[in-house]
Design a protein around this ligand. Structure first.
Ligand code: ZN
Ligand code: ZN
Length: 182
């Protein structure tokens, strides 16, 4: 996710470089986000720096929120951020403008690194609960069996209330019981 922007910094304002990423390994994989990055990045030379526009799909390793199976979740990561140079590309002297801000910067070797932005926007795009499939049945809370592979032996007892209890419940309570059974 690192782009050498030496040439682009020397180019006139409005110049654009575009990149297509095909399963690019992301350096942020170590942080638990982004094994592979696909999509497009365009870098536009602005008056002050470079405006990066990214439309990326990042595959994230997660575990299913119901059955704990490992799943690979595709995240749409779209962002636009301006990167400011830290050194003057002609003189090599440090620029105060970038140091003062807390935005993204181009390092002193004229490398623009998207890794941190992808990580931040990727975290924001992450689902609260990843599922291996929308209708995952999860694990039995009693015995821990993966119910996607079929019902476990404690299933029948857990979900069928005893006959005498059924006879006593009111209409409302039986509705609640139905919800619990699902
Ligand atoms: Zn699952
Ligand atoms: Zn069970």
């Amino acid at each position: 996710m690192r782009f050498d922007v030496t040439a682009l910094l020397r180019a006139p304002v409005g110049s654009v470089q575009t990149y297509r990423l095909e399963g690019e390994p992301s350096a942020s994989g170590a942080a638990g986000l982004g094994k592979q990055v696909t999509g497009s990045v365009s870098l536009l030379r602005t008056g002050e720096g470079i405006l990066a526009t990214a439309h990326l799909q990042v595959r994230v390793a997660e575990s299913c929120g119901r059955c704990l199976k490992p799943v690979s979740v595709p995240l749409e990561v779209d962002f636009q951020e301006e990167y400011l140079p830290t050194v003057d590309h002609e003189t090599g002297s440090r620029l105060a403008v970038a140091e003062a801000g807390d935005g993204f910067v181009i390092d002193d070797r004229q490398v623009l690194d998207l890794t941190e932005a992808v990580r931040q926007y990727g975290l924001a795009a992450q689902p609260l609960q990843a599922l291996c499939r929308p209708d995952c049945k999860g694990l039995c809370p009693a015995c821990g069996q993966d119910l996607n592979r079929g019902p476990c032996s404690c299933d029948a007892e857990a979900t069928e209330p005893p006959m005498h209890a059924v006879a006593r419940v009111t209409a409302d309570e039986s509705k609640t019981g139905n919800i619990r059974r699902e």
